[in-house]
Design a protein around this ligand. Structure first.
Ligand SMILES: *Cc1c(COP(=O)(O)O)cnc(C)c1O
Length: 351
């Protein structure tokens, strides 16, 4: 094997992508059948009458700088959900290939695989060890059909960081056998570094980041895949031509200016402080039988009576996530850290 692309579907490697209208901002656009005037009420910077720049370079450069990787390693998508979908479609042949997930974890990995017709192999996290990776079992389950291994750190819904050395050991062990995708959607709330710095060493490593959580931009839909340049080029062939809307690009660029980043960091610190206060409060209530430590902006709690807890929260006007269908989470609810007032109200309702 010579390159990570050998793991991809041959028909995607061979695909000639759709050729969208050339991006040549120095010239006036009479090549894309757009209207030359803006619609009334269009206050965007570039004009919504124009198709947006595919994979906008300014945004790629800002995210590359933020995440400390070369810009050739960044693919932008509509949230990291789109990157998950693109990876599965590019690497898994329907009816033949598989992805591996470690439940309880984010549901999109398995859903994207099933949509594509790929098998889903499950190697549960070890609850008795605080939902740590079962490294040996995982490596033993990586048959040749397994093309993608999805790891989530900090993990949703359990909140814990995965051990960095274990993640890198898995990626090294699966070199030339599978792509190891580390979803770092909540890393901004964690007290440890992620694995992006290992991307140069490990061509089969991919990292997912998003503006949806810490940056408060879930409504804009911006996520990034950080990966080997050949993977980025491959996925650019199958992403819809103008995936990111112009309003989204402009909003994301603004969210990444220095003052907004400073505000983001202040707010993350505030959420972390609230998380610890909420955790202390929840541990003190009799309704909660177990509370897991969290490196994210949510807490996973086990309740003696989860139905009663849901009803009490709802009566206080608050919606929390019912996780009882999750693997091994029969009495668990996931609580997003809110404003101090919301957290206080929730604690009052549950106590
Ligand atoms: C919220 C979340 C995401 C983010 O998805 P976007 O599509 O970027 O909004 C990704 N992974 C996990 C585990 C999440 O919980």
């Amino acid at each position: 094997m010579n390159s990570v692309l050998d793991l991809a579907r041959p028909e995607i490697r061979a695909l000639r992508p759709y050729e969208h209208a050339a991006w040549q901002p120095a010239l006036e656009r009479l090549h894309a059948n757009e209207l030359p005037w803006r619609a009334l009420g269009d206050h965007s910077d570039a004009g919504l009458n124009r198709y947006p720049e595919p994979q906008p370079q300014a945004l790629i450069e800002r995210l590359a700088a933020l995440y400390g990787v070369a810009k050739e390693r960044v693919l932008l998508g509509r949230g990291s959900d789109e990157a998950i979908d693109l990876l599965v479609r590019a690497f898994c042949r329907a009816g033949q290939d598989a992805v591996l997930v470690c439940p309880p974890t984010f549901g999109m990995y398995a859903v994207a695989a099933r949509i594509q017709g790929a098998q889903v192999e499950s190697v549960p996290l070890l609850r008795a060890r605080g939902f740590a990776l079962d490294v040996d079992a995982l490596l033993a389950r990586c048959a040749p059909q397994v093309k993608l291994v999805f790891l989530c750190s900090p993990n949703n819904p359990t909140g814990n960081l995965l051990d960095r050395a274990a993640v890198l050991h898995i990626a090294r062990s699966l070199a030339q056998r599978a792509i190891v995708v580390v979803d770092e959607a909540y890393l901004d709330f964690a007290a440890a570094p992620g694995v992006s710095d290992a991307l140069e060493e490990l061509p089969n490593l991919a990292v997912l980041r998003t503006l949806s959580k810490a940056h408060g931009m879930a409504g804009a839909r911006v996520g990034a895949l950080l990966a080997h340049p050949q993977i980025v080029t491959l996925l650019r062939k199958i992403i819809p031509p103008y995936a990111l809307a112009q309003l989204t690009i402009e909003a994301a660029l603004r969210a990444l200016e220095a003052p907004q980043l400073a505000t983001m960091r202040t707010r993350v610190a505030q959420i972390i402080a609230e998380r610890e206060r909420l955790a202390t409060g929840l541990r003190a209530t009799r309704a909660v039988s177990q509370l897991w430590p969290s490196d994210a902006n949510f807490l996973l709690a086990e309740f003696h009576d989860a139905d009663a807890a849901l009803a009490r929260a709802a009566a206080a006007g608050l919606l929390v996530r019912d996780c009882r269908k999750g693997f091994g989470l029969e009495r668990s609810l996931r609580i997003t850290v809110g404003t101090p007032e919301q957290n206080e109200r929730l604690l009052a309702a549950l106590t």
